[in-house]
Write a protein that binds this ligand. Sequence first.
Ligand SMILES: [Mg+2]
Length: 159
Amino acid sequence: MFLEPDFNLESIYDIDISELKSVGIKLILFDLDSTLMKSKSGKFSFKTLQFLNDLKTNFHLAIVTNNKNEEYISKARSQVDIPVYSKAKKPDTKVLLSACKDFNVEPKYALMVGDRPLSDILGGKRAGMATILVDSISKDEENCIVRFARFLERLAIKK
Ligand SMILES: [Mg+2]
């Protein structure tokens, strides 16, 4: 189905670096909230920062978020040494494609990683990128309404 991600992983830590390298991925774009940090927390965990640092030795990295809160974004920027693109309006492709341009990487060699099928995955696919859907980084702490919304959204991507 058109919304089906190339990979569906439990978490960002399950990303297989050697597999991505073998298919020629050069740039990884990450969603921010619920993918790299707990939603609205404004803070990366030490584990995530370590993970991003390790990944950086193999790939170009960037964060592409729909978040528009400049204060929140600058707090996120201050914690990582990778570019953060805000107000992306995913599934719009404009910001995703300009990130590729900034790194001089063709979209087919870029990968979009996110927790939302209808924004992250759809946007990545429309931009011609590989896609990985991950579970929310804080799924165990989410309330039942959020969980139900996620369940419904994931139903939409089942074959
Ligand atoms: Mg998200």
